[in-house]
Design a protein around this ligand. Structure first.
Ligand code: ADP
Length: 353
């Protein structure tokens, strides 16, 4: 079931087209990350859904109801921002209960709900803390509890972890996903950080220049980004111009790199030159892979130019005849080492330029 439907929404700021006939569906209980470079229209999308920007065209529907003319505070939304916006003059409990109080919820119900929410975000007993006594991560948890308090039909998070350091951010990303999933909370999570988007979301929408340019589950989007822009934005670095022969044989510049197996999607367009992407895990040190015995896996001679060790993985840059390649491997490689890499042509995908 669709919880949120953004239907061909256009928003203009003077001559700037911030959203250009933007459409997006978020299913009930789904976490949708919206990711894109700065200025691509992410915040405007949230503001349009919240009713904080007039729509030049299009509609926003929540649970099937057109929100045109519905005031922001009546839309059933929870909002959380990078700058958590907690009220400094109120303690933690009053911050969380703020929306409940204005909605006329009785004090004892408010108290019970605040305790439940603090429990949920891992801050039991924090009711009487002043907001000034909170660490950055705690403040974000209180802001989340406040946004969840009215049981919103849609939670909208705008760079919610943007002000935190990397370690805390990674920890809270996992917590946030667990918590929202357990609650069955429908959410839009806006971020410029593709790693955070991939970690938190069921699906990811990539935005460029006021339009969605790709939508998919994280693993699917990574494996098949569809366009050069999306591939580069997601952090792919093996983007090659490849010649495909009639029999599926591939050449990158003059270097044969293998043959596409029958039925591979990149064969659909027939012979010709294509822009292709290969994940860094699609290259691995070849031990005795003979092109003749295994035509799908050719070996590519390279010389290692850089090795970065990151959480058990070697991220290797190497020079090949046709250009630079990037490899993620658990094998230990050294700068200056010459070796052959096996190309997993199965995982090559075509890109539009
Ligand atoms: P993002 O959140 O992806 O960084 P925004 O939605 O903030 O992008 O902005 C989209 C575009 O609209 C940008 O070109 C930005 O400069 C412009 N914009 C945003 N807010 C305003 C505003 N209040 N007045 C004029 N232009 C704006």
């Amino acid at each position: 079931m669709t919880a949120l439907e953004v239907d061909r929404v256009t928003v203009r700021y003077g001559a700037t087209l911030a959203l250009d006939r933007f459409s997006l569906h978020v299913g009930s209980g789904e976490i949708m990350a919206v990711v894109g470079p700065s200025g691509s229209g992410k915040s405007t999308l949230l503001r349009a859904v919240a009713g904080l920007e007039p729509l030049a065209a299009g509609r926003v529907l929540l649970a099937g109801r057109d929100l045109a003319g519905v005031a922001t505070h009546r839309r059933g939304l929870g909002l959380m921002f990078q700058d958590h916006g907690l009220f400094a003059h109120l303690d933690v409990a009053d911050n969380i209960a703020y929306g409940l109080r204005t909605a006329g919820v009785a004090p004892q119900i408010r108290r019970a709900r605040v305790a439940d929410l603090l429990d949920l975000v891992g801050l039991e007993g924090f009711e009487e803390r002043s907001t000034e006594q909170l660490s950055g991560g705690e403040a974000q948890r209180v802001a989340l509890a406040r946004a969840l308090a009215p049981e919103p039909g849609l939670l909208m998070l705008d760079e919610p972890l943007g002000s935190l350091d990397r370690a805390l951010r990674d920890q809270l990303t996992g917590e946030l996903r667990r918590l929202l999933t357990n609650l069955g909370q429908t959410a839009i999570h806006v971020t410029h950080d593709q790693a955070e988007a991939f970690a938190v979301a069921d699906r990811v929408t990539v935005v460029d220049d006021g339009r969605p340019v790709a939508v998919g589950r994280p693993a699917e989007l990574w494996a098949d980004p569809g366009s050069r822009f999306v591939a580069e934005f997601l952090g792919h670095r093996n983007i090659w111009s490849v010649a495909v022969d009639g029999d599926g044989s591939l050449r990158w510049a003059d270097q044969p790199i293998g043959r596409l197996p029958a039925g591979h999607p990149a064969l659909a367009g027939g012979a010709g030159r294509r822009l292709m992407v290969l994940p860094a895990t699609g290259l691995e040190p070849a031990s005795g892979v003979e092109p003749a015995s295994e035509p799908e896996r050719c070996s590519l001679p390279v010389e290692v130019t850089e090795v970065v060790f990151r959480q058990g993985i070697h991220e290797v840059t190497a020079r090949a005849g046709p250009g630079t390649v990037h490899v993620s491997t658990t094998d230990r490689l050294e700068v200056g080492q010459r070796l052959s890499l096996a190309v997993d042509v199965e995982s090559l995908r075509s890109l539009s330029d």
